[in-house]
Ligand binder design. Structure first.
Ligand code: UDP
Ligand code: MG
Length: 347
């Protein structure tokens, strides 16, 4: 018998009751197909991470886990955002598998790219990035804002793979080293390349969301880009220093000019220019302070060393509790225990 890698597909889900019933069978059949093709082990699994959904997502995941041996689920104690959900899943998976593939649960990323990802892994790559070949299905606005953010981030010193989101294969070996990156502000697509190891890319076409709606409006995209930049690089600080030097020199020239004009005796009623300069400098100062504040804020958060995720339940554990059904216990007491169980899950 040939040895084959164990794959865990990690899928973050936040309020996805509409799309999960559509995509879960797709993930399962992909797993089946990869197993059938002899690329991965029969012990491979699909791991859904419920990111504190307020709808029926966790119930659906638990149901799937009951029906299919290959489905596992973990539940976060509250919503912590996409990046933390993926991290929770990857950290959970790394001790049970050889490779992980993280993918969104909305069916936008082409599952068929997984074949090639596994091939690249078998050829020696430890990280395989899924790269979108085009963004036809996104709106013009989304496509161009995304392009703008990629360019901006690159310019600001955050090295990321162009047109790559969080669809990627990472080996457990890389994840074990990745676990040593203990920062609280995480931006996975910028952090994974930092671990190193041989990597490869696989291109695929991105489709439209199968159901439900995007959780990444413009506000969240700006947040993600800003978080990416300030988590990965200190280039904005350098730029601010540069701008500060530039404006100070300009100010010096203006001062000399003003003194010369004053010596010439031409009294200028130039409050307009004064106001303009004050406004301009005031604006720049405020932006600079804001950016510095962001870094200080991040440092503050990092010093707290708060947990990046908290898993409140796993489908393969008895609801996180060690309550044992006692055969010889009083029937009434056993009943109350059961009732309590179901009450916990309903609440
Ligand atoms: N997601 C999550 N937590 C959140 C927001 C989103 O786990 O707080 C998941 C979501 O369920 C999906 C993935 O992250 O699987 C990507 O989200 P979405 O499809 O809304 O983003 P888009 O593809 O529009 O950028
Ligand atoms: Mg999506």
């Amino acid at each position: 018998m040939e040895a084959r890698p164990v794959l865990w597909i990690v899928i973050p889900c936040y309020n996805e009751e509409q799309v999960l019933p559509l995509t879960a069978p797709m993930f399962l059949s992909k797993l089946e197909q990869l197993t059938g093709a002899g690329k991965i082990s029969r012990n491979s699994r699909v791991l859904f991470v419920n990111d504190g959904s307020t709808d029926r997502t966790w119930e659906i995941i638990r149901q799937l886990a009951e029906e299919h041996e290959q489905v596992l689920g973990i539940c976060q104690s509250r919503n912590r955002g996409h990046q933390n959900a993926v991290l929770a899943g990857l950290m959970e998976a790394k001790d049970h598998c050889d490779i992980t593939i993280s993918i969104d649960c909305d069916g936008q990323d082409d599952l068929n790219a997984m074949d090639e990802m596994v091939d690249r892994y078998l050829e020696g790559a430890e990280v395989v990035y899924g790269v979108r070949s085009e963004r036809k299905t996104d709106t013009w606005f989304k496509r161009n804002t995304a392009l703008f953010f990629y360019r901006l981030m690159k310019f600001m010193g955050a090295e990321i793979v162009f047109n790559h989101a969080d669809y990627r294969l990472i080996s457990a070996r890389v994840l074990k080293h990745f676990a040593d990156f203990e920062e609280v502000n995480i931006f996975l697509r910028g952090m994974v390349p930092m671990v190193g190891f041989p990597s490869a890319t696989v291109t695929y076409e991105r489709a439209a969301r199968l159901a439900g709606k995007s959780h990444y409006p413009l506000r969240k995209m700006i947040n993600l880009a800003f978080n990416g930049i300030t988590s990965l690089s200190v280039k904005p600080i350098t730029l601010i220093t540069g701008a500060g030097v530039g404006f100070s020199m300009l100010g010096l020239v203006l001062m000399i000019w003003a003194i010369i004009r004053a010596c010439q005796g031409s009294t200028v009623a130039g409050w307009t220019s004064t106001v303009c300069i004050i406004c301009l400098l005031g604006g720049i100062q405020l932006i600079s302070l804001g950016v510095l504040g962001q870094y200080i804020g991040k440092t503050y958060l990092e010093t707290k060393r708060r947990p990046r995720y908290i898993i409140s339940a796993r489908t393969w554990e008895t609801e996180g509790r060690r309550w044992i059904e006692e055969a010889d216990a009083e029937p009434d007491a056993a009943k109350t225990q059961k009732e309590q169980h179901s009450r916990i899950w309903k609440s």
